[in-house]
Design a protein around this ligand. Sequence first.
Ligand code: HPA
Ligand code: ZN
Length: 317
Amino acid sequence: MDNWLNALAKAELHLHLEGALEPELLFQLAERNRISLPWADIDSLRQAYACHNLQEFLDLYYQGANVLREEQDFYDLTWAYLCKCQAQGVVHCEPFFDPQTHTERGIPLQRVIAGISQALADGRRQLGISSGLILSFLRHLSEEQAFATLAEAMPWRDSFIGVGLDSSELGHPPSKFQRVFAKARSEGLHAVAHAGEEGPPAYIWEALDLLKVERIDHGVRAMEDPRLVQRLVDEQIPLTVCPLSNVKLRVFDDMRQHTILSMLECGLKVTVNSDDPAYFGGYLNENFQALHDSLGMSQAQARQLAQNSLDARFVRN
Ligand code: HPA
Ligand code: ZN
């Protein structure tokens, strides 16, 4: 399975770069930047990763991101992820980054974008991995702050291909960001949003109708609403599903209850993704492997999921 999976060409469309910060690199960067950490060592940090819901995870994720200070740090983080991609047959990626997680701590946006973009450019040249960067707004902050972030990023418009929406879903519906998404789309940016992870199907409807997104990130709760499933099938809207993340954050109690293969069989355009691999126990192939082990995913299903990911990318070479 391992070799076969590695050889299967895949794209990853739902990956938060800050969530690819492995404990080893986190400790290295803390030392390099002289930051003291609340964890005694790598093992205690790994133990802290046993979070049980989205908010518990996010608290840890924002705390971890605090070690990212210099352009080189953002480069190293992105490069480490790209090396994983190469090892696992990921030929294309469209990662997210959260500008506000850094600008709120006083890190200039230019530094963040420069480090990430340089690594993505080196990834194209040296590893043959094509990519497009997506700037994600934090939905627990205001739409006004999202507007300010978009304006601040516009001098680097050529460095990203789209906008997304992440962080705490419940209580922060897509409708809150309707105007800033309209502005982003008017700048020619692609649009995606997390919806239907912890939030209800109504949030997926809003993401489609109000934000006019082209892909839904997660979207697993669509299965509670047959009319919504029909629409997603009819329009072939890609859903970037993250199996290990969903089990870790208790969207499903157990991988054997995950509905991804039923979604695929319904005709939904689902893809497999790792979300925050450093926190959720694996990269793309560990997610595929889990579907094989717990749900009996066939090779034909794996091939279809991989093909969907290539079909659903925004950037084509
Ligand atoms: N959901 C919402 N926000 C996030 C996630 C997620 O899975 N990962 C990083 N930010
Ligand atoms: Zn996510």
